[in-house]
Design a protein. Sequence first.
Length: 159
Amino acid sequence: MSGTPLRLLPARTIHAPAGAHVVRLAMPAHQHARWDAARLARRIRSQNSTVVLAVAGRHLAGVAVLDLLTDAAQIGLLAVHPDYRRLGVGSALLQWLESTASTAGLFTVQLKLEASNGAGRAFCFTHGYRERGRLPAYYADGTAAVRLLRDLRVDAARA
C-alpha cells in the first residue's frame, strides 16, 4: 500500500462478497463464519447500520460495520486484509466509524472482541477504548469475548 492512497467508501450490496472474502482472510473461522456475504448485504441495506470499505488502489484493504443503536453505536465488524495491517487501514476505518457515530448523535461506541486477541485489544486501547466487561463463551466455539467502550465526549473534552 505504500504510496497508494487509501480511500474510504460506503459499501453497496455488490461489494458484499468481496467484503466477506476480506473477513475470511482477516478473522478466525469461528468468527468469520458469522460474516458471510448475505449478512454483510443485509447490513448494507439496513437503515440502522453503515458499512464502509477501505480501498487501496484497486484492492479491498478492509471493511467495517457500525450499528446505530438507541443510545450507543456498536462496531459489529472491523476487518483488515492481512496484507494491509499496520499501515493505518484499521485506524482510518475506526476514525470513520467514530465520526459517523458522532454525526448520528451517538457519543458512546462499543465493540466486542475475542478475549485472547492481544493485538486487537492493544489496537483498541491505543485508540482510547477501555474494557467494560467479559463475556464467557460468547462465540459459537465457546471462546470468551471482552466488551470495550469509548466515550467520544470524554476524549473531545481533553482536546
